[in-house]
Design a protein around this ligand. Structure first.
Ligand code: PGA
Length: 249
């Protein structure tokens, strides 16, 4: 069965609640499609107004993070139950910015992935190499390690529903999109790794996105590659251009 594309916006730390509503109202008519899942991953404070604004449309709302405990003395954190109660369906986990600025590790990523599944939230598990790692020729080894640890104790049935976002750090926010061949090479290696951890059926079912300066020009070539099932889009998800990315063909 062909995998359904999934195109997600990652708003990062942009948009106040009222701006979020305005942006969703602008984008709603532009991102209509049956062919892909369309997800807006928004800052925590924007989730409730975003869910409300997206009602009756094909837009699903995701979070950009969650904490791996149920509740309690964890000042400043957001629990998975808070997210599901607010209507969240997806959560970005282990984005390179969180690894870089907020000390996330492969181990905390794994805990968050397990917690998201426990609550029925689909994780968008991020991985990616730095420019130094690419130049050293260790990209695939590095990504395999990130994936193997992120999926520790995740069942095959859970993994089948997961989303992985391959985001080379050197391509994020730089305007330097990976070539479609570079992206396909790593996305293919990720699928192979999932096949090794689980089985062929799981590898065939899991959806793998490319992220890193995706725009309306680069999306069509990226999204036609066999192992690329859509994109995680930062900067261009805040503009009407996102509509063109969603309707890439
Ligand atoms: P970008 O961000 O599209 O602005 O490069 C992608 C991401 O970080 O998810």
């Amino acid at each position: 069965m062909a995998r359904k594309k999934i195109i997600a916006g990652n708003w990062k730390m942009n948009m106040t609640p009222s701006e979020a509503v305005e942006l969703i109202n602008t984008l709603k008519p532009l991102v209509k499609t049956e062919e892909a899942d369309v997800v807006f991953c928004v800052p925590a404070i924007d989730i409730i107004p975003a869910v409300e604004a997206a009602k009756g449309s094909n837009i699903q709302i995701g979070a950009e993070n969650l904490y791996f405990e149920e509740k309690g003395a964890f000042t400043g954190e957001i629990s998975p139950a808070m997210l599901t109660d607010a209507g969240v369906k997806f959560v970005v986990i282990g984005h390179s910015e969180r690894r870089q600025y907020f000390a996330e590790t492969n181990e905390t990523v794994n805990k968050k992935v397990l917690k998201a599944f426990e609550h029925g939230i689909t994780p968008i598990v991020c991985c990616g190499e730095s420019l130094e790692q690419r130049e050293q020729g260790i990209t695939i080894d590095w990504i395999r390690q990130q994936i193997k640890i992120a999926f520790l104790n995740v069942t095959a049935d859970q993994a089948k529903t997961a989303v992985i976002a391959y985001e080379p750090i050197w391509a994020i926010g730089t305007g330097k999109t990976a070539t479609s061949d570079q992206a396909e090479e790593v996305c293919g290696a990720i699928r192979k790794c999932i096949g090794e951890i689980y089985d062929e059926a799981t590898a065939a079912a899991i959806r793998i996105q490319y992220g890193g300066s995706v725009n309306a020009k680069t999306a069509p070539e990226l999204f036609t590659k066999p192992d690329i099932d859509g994109g995680l889009v930062g900067g261009a998800s805040l503009k009407p251009e996102f509509g063109q990315i969603v309707n890439w063909h």
